[in-house]
Design a binder for this molecule. Structure first.
Ligand SMILES: [Zn+2]
Length: 327
């Protein structure tokens, strides 16, 4: 009986392993595209030699630019019809990998059905990665390849950041946010975005001021990469954090930085990155010209430019979500 039981359990696990493999290879879960996405990135990396995190970073960049409508799209990277079929190909709807290759088009057959179909995510991602792989392996070649594909210096920087985050956490679903201060701390904030302020000439207040005690820990609000640290006469000691959605989170007037926080550090929500202070409004080291607070700004990159958005509604919702999680 015992033996039979082992056989039963064993075959159950075998079935489980086999079906898990099938999930990776074929099944698309419309509710959770991220699992299938990761499987596709890994498969494409194996076929082309381009690291999966680089492919994931490029696809993330394309998804951010496409905006909310692309949230559930499996693969956002997409070539034009002309690039897909080749410059001199008279058939713009060509799906034959042989003629497409003859005309130098980018279209490839990624899923082995004999067609190079731009509507198929597997075909699309392989076609993209092949274009990157054509420049040769190594970081420098990937940078050149990415620049040639997107024609934007900012894209190269952002994709590098994204790839580092994917590499560190080894998964593609990294969307959580945290409130920038500990919920138990003594803090207070009002919607002050867009208000006028006086120091250093007339400027618009691009952020929300969160008043808190000196030394209150400041938390990373998202999965991302520290893009900037250092002194600025307005913001004092500050931190710029780039998240996977292309948003830039700006933390100013800090007392100091948490240990190990520097340009290039990969962060996760809730991680302490610095401490509340009152630095700024003068040369390096100036402090105490206003009550201690965290100035928090949020900027969005839309693929062309970066613009300030009011962080207040996001702050309120992250605060609420965090309270619910900790209940
Ligand atoms: Zn402020």
């Amino acid at each position: 009986m015992k033996k039979l039981c082992y056989v039963f359990v064993g075959s159950f696990f075998l079935t489980f392993i086999i079906s898990a493999n099938l999930v990776c290879a074929n099944v698309r879960d419309p509710d959770d595209p991220s699992k299938y996405r990761k499987a596709l990135y890994l498969k494409t990396a194996a076929l082309t030699g381009v690291p999966w995190a680089v492919i994931a970073g490029c696809d993330q960049y394309a998804r951010n630019i496409a905006g909310a409508s692309d949230e559930k799209t499996l693969i956002s990277l997409k070539d034009t019809d002309r690039d897909w079929v080749g410059i001199f190909n008279r058939n713009l709807k060509d799906r034959d990998p042989v003629t497409i290759a003859f005309f130098g088009g980018s279209g490839k057959d990624g899923n082995g059905d004999g067609r190079a179909d731009p509507g198929d995510p597997e075909d699309r991602i392989l076609s993209f990665a092949d274009q990157i792989a054509a420049y040769g392996p190594g970081e420098q070649n990937y940078r050149i390849a990415i620049w040639n594909y997107f024609h934007r210096g900012k894209a190269v920087e952002l994709i590098e950041d994204f790839a580092r985050v994917f590499e560190k956490y080894n998964r593609v679903s990294l969307t959580g946010h945290d409130f920038p201060l500990p919920l138990g701390a003594n803090y207070d904030y009002e919607p002050t975005w867009g208000a006028r302020r006086g120091w250093g000439g007339l400027r618009i207040h691009e952020g929300t001021d969160l008043f808190a005690d000196y030394g209150t820990p400041v938390h990373a609000t998202a999965y991302g990469v520290i893009e900037m640290t250092g002194w600025n006469k307005f913001g004092g000691w500050r931190i710029g954090l780039r998240d996977l959605q292309g948003n830039y989170h700006y933390f100013a007037h800090l007392n100091g930085y948490a240990k190990g926080i520097r340009k290039g550090t990969v962060t996760q929500p809730g991680q302490t990155i610095g401490y509340v202070g009152s630095t700024g409004y003068g040369p390096q080291g100036t402090m105490g010209k206003f009550p201690p607070h965290l100035h928090y700004g949020l900027y969005h990159d839309n693929g062309i430019t970066e613009y300030s958005i009011d962080p207040y509604p996001s702050l309120r919702s992250w605060e609420r979500q965090e309270k619910q999680r900790k209940r």
